[in-house]
Design a protein around this ligand. Structure first.
Ligand code: SF4
Length: 414
């Protein structure tokens, strides 16, 4: 049996593509070409297939998972439920505390959303630290995640050239990608090649067998807007695109992570275009945060950057919560971050997909003071429904509702 890419290359509509297209009311036939070309992917979960990339709307991922400081399975399951309820497209389990395998199994059982993991996290915990890692163990961890039913894995493909470029950089914050730092630290400690490059053929075999989407990690994302988009990031961009080409040639779906972290706002569209002009693959962006100074409100800084990134062509966002940089988020913070990023994805899509239709539909309801219709068209219907009147003008202008006044006065002239 062929992979999704191979089926699409033969002109077939893979069932997962059909399901993903139907969820968005799209005709799957024109999307076959994008899948075959690698410009779109389908993440296949146990209960839902999600299209990411060209032809699909921009998607939003939510990170959940325990840490070594706080590990509460019920709390993480509650966050997964919040993410699903408020419209996340995918989940990523970043657990590093408690029984990681049990947490992953519980999330997989409870959620309909495709699940991504970062296998190096669990490899570090299970090995007893970075210094105890070896390449076989890292590969085995990836293999077990794939066999357990995750949809996608983040692999940091940092090579020695990228680390040399980092060594020459004048960054304030060095590397802020956790998975990237662990992978690079393993390489520096062991003197060995990146484990996912050393075992690349095995990685491809596992990904093919379980239809895992490989998400190429953004180790060199900036931790400050001063660092973002530097020479090390440029070296990683070229490296990740080369690896993405190799994944695609193996019939393995791939997403490239880039332009994430902290990036000055004028550099965001430039960064996105550099990726998009050099490769067809879906671009996954964590953030980007357009300022370092919004700490405590990073869902706002991140959603501003994300709207710019999607309008320039990014396909997939990782939501940032108000707890970014300061702690593990609560369920409420997950919700706040997700809604901010759903808004960002939609704003970006008005440019990326070139359509104002959804906004026009809400405005038509607003013109009629149709609150029920506005709730149905809103990105956060739950939040809106508790705040609007049943009918007529709202409390902002009351009797002097501009919409009502103009409607009355225009109708007098009819
Ligand atoms: S009262 Fe004012 S804010 Fe409310 S619907 Fe009318 S114009 Fe809009």
């Amino acid at each position: 049996m062929g992979t999704i890419i191979e089926d699409a290359t033969e002109g077939k509509v893979p069932p997962a593509l059909k399901a993903a297209a139907e969820r968005e009311g799209l005709d799957p036939d024109p999307l076959i070409h994008h899948i075959a070309h690698g410009s779109a992917t389908v993440m296949v979960g146990g209960k839902r297939a999600v299209g990411i990339g060209k032809g699909f709307s921009a998607k939003v991922n939510v990170n959940i998972g325990t840490s070594t400081v706080r590990s509460d399975l019920a709390a993480e399951l509650a966050k997964a439920a919040v993410a699903e309820r408020y419209g996340a497209d995918t989940l990523t389990d970043l657990s590093m505390g408690g029984n990681i395998r049990e947490i992953r199994a519980a999330i997989l059982k409870e959620t309909a959303l495709p699940l991504t993991t970062v296998p190096i996290y669990q490899a570090v915990v299970d090995a007893g630290g970075i210094d105890c890692l070896d390449g076989d163990f890292i590969l085995d961890t990836f293999r077990s995640h794939a066999a357990e039913g995750v949809s996608s894995c983040v692999l940091h493909m940092t090579d020695k050239k990228t680390l040399e470029a980092l060594g020459r950089s004048q960054r304030i914050l060095g590397v802020v990608s956790k998975g990237g730092s662990m992978t690079a630290a393993y390489m520096l400690h062991s003197g060995r090649e990146n484990p996912f490059l050393e075992y690349f053929d095995e990685v491809m075999e596992i990904a093919r067998k379980h239809e895992i989407v490989i998400s190429l990690g953004n180790t060199m994302r900036g931790g400050s807007i001063v660092d973002g988009g530097d020479a090390a990031a440029a070296v990683e961009r070229k490296q990740n695109i080369d690896i993405a080409d190799r994944c695609h040639q193996h019939g393995v779906q791939v997403i490239v992570e880039g332009c994430g972290g902290h990036l000055r706002i004028d550099r965001i569209p430039v960064c996105v275009r550099l990726y998009k002009d050099a490769s067809p693959y879906p671009l996954f962006v964590a953030g980007p945060l357009a300022t370092d100074r919004a700490v405590g409100h990073d869902e706002i800084a991140g959603s501003i950057g994300a709207a710019v990134a999607v309008s320039a062509g990014a396909d997939y966002l990782c939501a940032i919560t108000p707890a970014e940089h300061i702690g593990l988020p609560t369920g409420e913070e997950v919700k706040e971050g997700l809604i901010a990023f759903k808004i960002a994805a939609h704003i970006g899509d008005t440019v990326r997909l070139g359509s104002d239709d959804l906004d026009a539909a809400l405005s038509a309801c607003r013109a009629e003071l149709d609150w029920k219709g506005q709730i149905e068209q809103a990105i956060d219907p739950d939040g809106l429904s508790a705040r609007v009147p049943d009918a007529g003008p709202c409390s902002m202008c009351g009797d002097y509702c501009a919409i009502k006044i103009m409607r009355e006065y225009l109708s007098r002239n009819d």
